[in-house]
Design a protein around this ligand. Structure first.
Ligand code: AMP
Length: 288
C-alpha cells in the first residue's frame, strides 16, 4: 500500500478510523528532516503495530523566540520517499494553522519536571512539546507511540504527562542511533561545518568515558560528573549548556548510580545546540 498523506485533522481521523478495523495503530511524531534515528522508530513501530502513522510537524510552540524555528530543515519530498521506503501507512503533515487555529489558548503544563535539563535552558520548550504531543495523541488516538532515547528529558516529560493525565497510549522508547564515529544522529547535524562536526564528537566521547568508569564500578555521581566535565572541557570550542547525572524519570540530580542514572549533556558547537545522553542501567539489572 502506498503512503496516504493527510494534511488536515479530519482526513487523519478518517484514515485512523479505517485503520482501527485492522489492528493496533502506532504513532511516530517527528519534525521531519528524517534520518536513520527516525527510521529506527518507524521500524520498531512496524514490528509492533498493524498500522503506522508518522507525523511531520515543525512545532512553533516548542521553539523560543531566538531559536531556529524558521531555519529548521524542511525536506518534505525526501521525507516522503523515506516513509514510502519504510512502508509507512499514513503521514500526518498539518500546517501551523491547522494545529493552532487563531485563538487557541490551552497548553499543557507538565510542572517542575518541565523546567529541568533542556527545560531549564529552553524555557517553555516542554510546554510546547507536551501540548503538541497531547494534540497528536488526541488526533491520531494511537495505541502505541514511539520516541527516541536521544531526547531523554522529552521522554521523561511525556511519560509523566501520560501517567498524570491517564492518556490511553503506551510509550515505547527506542535507543539512540549514531553515525559510525559516535555522533548521535540529529536533524540539526546538517548545520555543522566539518570542523564543528569533529568538535561535536566530544559529546559521545565524554559519555563513553563515563560509561567505562561506571562499568569499572565508580558509583559516585559527583565523581562521574567531574569526569564528564573534564572530558568535555578537552574541546574548548564546545560551550557546555548542561552536563548532569540525574534520575531518568524525575530528571533530579542523583548521588550515585546504583539504581541506574541518566548522564545527559547539552552543548553548543558554534551556533548549533546538540544533546546526547547515556542511560546507565541499575546495578540489579547490570549484574546478571
Ligand atoms: P525530531 O524529529 O528531532 O523531533 O525527532 C522525532 C523523534 O525521533 C523523537 O522521538 C526523537 O527522540 C527521535 N530521534 C531523534 N534522533 C534520534 C536518534 N539519533 N536515534 C533515535 N531516535 C531519535
Amino acid at each position: 500500500m502506498s503512503l496516504h498523506i493527510c494534511s488536515t485533522i479530519s482526513a487523519l481521523r478518517e484514515a485512523r478510523k479505517r485503520a482501527s478495523t485492522k489492528g493496533s495503530v502506532a504513532l511516530v511524531p517527528t519534525m521531519g528532516a528524517l534520518h536513520k534515528g527516525h527510521r529506527s522508530l518507524i521500524r520498531a513501530a512496524k514490528e509492533r503495530c498493524h498500522t503506522v502513522i508518522v507525523s511531520i510537524f515543525v512545532n512553533p510552540t516548542q521553539f523560543g523566540p531566538a531559536e531556529d524555528f524558521t531555519q529548521y530543515p524542511r525536506t518534505f519530498d525526501a521525507d516522503c520517499s523515506v516513509l514510502e521506503e519504510e512502508g509507512v501507512d499514513i503521514l500526518f503533515a498539518p500546517s501551523v494553522g491547522e494545529m493552532y487555529p487563531a485563538g487557541a489558548s490551552t497548553f499543557i503544563n507538565a510542572g517542575e519536571i518541565a523546567s529541568r535539563l533542556d527545560g531549564a535552558s529552553r524555557p517553555g520548550h516542554f510546554r510546547g512539546v507536551a501540548t503538541v504531543v497531547m494534540k497528536l495523541f488526541n488526533i491520531a488516538t494511537p495505541d502505541v507511540s514511539f520516541f527516541g532515547q536521544k531526547d531523554a528529558a522529552q521522554v521523561a516529560v511525556l511519560k509523566k504527562m501520560v501517567s498524570d493525565l491517564n492518556v490511553p497510549v503506551q510509550i515505547v522508547v527506542c535507543p539512540t542511533m549514531r553515525d559510525p564515529d559516535g555522533l548521535a544522529l540529529s536533524s540539526r547535524n546538517i548545520y555543522l561545518s566539518s570542523e564543528e562536526r569533529e568538535n561535536a564528537l566530544a559529546l559521545s566521547r565524554a559519555l563513553n568515558v563515563v560509561n567505562s568508569q561506571a562499568k569499572g564500578n565508580i558509583l559516585s555521581a559527583t565523581e562521574l560528573r567531574q569526569t564528564l566535565l573534564n572530558e568535555l572541557q578537552k574541546t574548548p570550542t564546545l560551550r557546555i549548556d548542561y552536563a548532569e547525572i540525574v534520575a531518568p524519570d524525575t530528571l533530579l540530580p542523583t548521588k550515585n548510580i546504583y539504581d541506574g542514572a541518566l548522564v545527559a549533556v547539552a552543548a553548543w558547537v558554534g551556533k548549533t545546540r546538540l544533546i546526547d545522553n547515556l542511560l546507565l542501567p541499575s546495578r540489579n539489572e547490570a549484574v546478571q
